[in-house]
Design a protein around this ligand. Structure first.
Ligand SMILES: CC(C)(COP(=O)(O)OP(=O)(O)OC[C@H]1O[C@@H](n2cnc3c(N)ncnc32)[C@H](O)[C@@H]1OP(=O)(O)O)[C@@H](O)C(=O)NCCC(=O)NCCS
Length: 333
């Protein structure tokens, strides 16, 4: 039986820290160049937190904006899900830290670890709580402070990532309106785990002077292999979700892919046969902010008028794990 309610994004906001780190800046500390970074990744600059600024701080600044925009009373928020791989600390969860900072006294919540798919997996999870009637106003956050887990001396990774936060407010709408989340598909494949990971600091390799010495507390990546997998799977899952809902790529108003590499985005775009104006890109300014890329793109797209009520929007992600997925929705405001 079809559910009588759908969940819909009724507001979106983002926050990126003020400090800009350009490719030129990075070329002062590692052997790289603006030309190499731009041609291989599409990235021109990224943002970086100031000392002491944690994931919860970025998230709270985005949340304050979305609550204001949607005129939502924080006491009405009943659920907070935070997609992140850079929580303030191992525990308590960043959801608890955020709940306390914003004073959401009637909310429960948790962190969700799915790397660059963190936001989409969180959105799909919140969707289930809304559809079942257990949540009426959920905050779905994607936030990462990648500068906290990157080796600034490793040119293979330090040029790729940035810090940022995005958030959406998810609320129930009557199914008959045909707005909101239509479908999602999520996948994991743990066999790719070692290709993109941070091996130290968990129960397998608790922090010791040796794990620090071996640089186990920073991101390790086999870029080429990750690239190949990302290109194939993000396009495949996008085609699958369109097809099973009876849509063609040309029905999509805006494709919002995870921002890991402009060449990955362009390859998916080509496979889907979409023109540039239907593809959201902000990697040039913000680099890969992991969980924050998709919600920050949505906030920008809505603000710039690139999506309007009723438009079909396709979201697609790929990340460490491997994790990947797609979400199809009709924009609701
Ligand atoms: C990381 C990535 C940009 C590298 O691009 P690439 O075209 O695959 O480049 P390669 O790995 O072939 O590296 C080519 C050379 O550039 C060098 N290189 C790596 N980083 C460099 C940098 N920042 N500046 C200059 N040279 C660099 C490499 O050492 C290599 O040198 P070598 O041939 O002497 O060994 C690309 O593989 C990528 O984006 N992968 C996916 C990453 C991703 O999306 N991760 C997140 C998933 S959510």
């Amino acid at each position: 039986m079809l559910p009588s309610i759908r969940s819909a994004i009724t507001g979106a906001a983002k926050y990126h820290p003020e400090k800009i780190v350009t490719n030129q800046d990075l070329s002062q500390s590692v052997e790289t160049s603006d030309e190499w970074i731009q041609t291989r990744t599409g990235i021109k600059e990224r943002r970086q937190v100031k000392k002491g600024q944690a994931a919860s701080d970025l998230a709270v600044l985005a949340i304050e904006k979305v609550l204001k925009k949607t005129q939502t009373n924080v006491l009405d928020i009943d659920l907070i899900i935070v997609g992140t791989v850079t929580p303030d600390m191992m525990f308590p969860s960043t959801a608890c830290v955020i709940q306390n900072k914003i004073g959401a006294k009637n909310a429960w919540g948790f962190d969700l670890s799915a790397a660059c798919s963190g936001f989409l997996f969180s959105l799909g999870t919140a969707d289930q709580f809304i559809r079942s009637g257990r949540s009426k106003k959920a905050l779905v956050v994607g936030v990462d402070v990648m500068s906290s887990i990157i080796d600034p001396q490793d040119r293979n990774t330090c040029v790729l990532f940035g810090d940022g936060a995005g958030v959406v407010l998810l609320e129930p709408l009557p199914d008959g309106l045909q707005l909101g989340i239509l479908d999602f598909i999520h996948h994991i494949d743990g066999s790719g785990g070692e290709l993109l990971c941070m091996p130290g600091g968990g129960s397998l390799n608790p922090t010791t002077p040796e794990t620090i010495e071996k640089k186990m507390h920073v991101v390790h990546q086999e870029g080429k292999q990750v690239f190949k997998f990302a290109v194939g799977e993000m396009a495949r899952v996008s085609e699958e979700i369109l097809e099973r809902n009876g849509f063609k790529p040309e029905d999509v108003t805006l494709f919002v892919p995870h921002q890991a590499n402009l060449r990955i985005i362009e390859s998916c775009q080509k496979k889907l046969g979409l023109p540039n104006e239907k593809v959201m890109v902000n990697i040039d300014k913000f680099a890969n902010t992991t969980s924050a890329t998709i919600p920050s793109c949505l906030a920008m797209a809505a603000k710039e008028g690139r999506i309007k009520k009723g438009d079909l929007v396709l979201l697609a992600s790929f990340g460490a794990g491997f994790t990947w997925g797609a979400t199809l929705l009709r924009w609701a405001y």
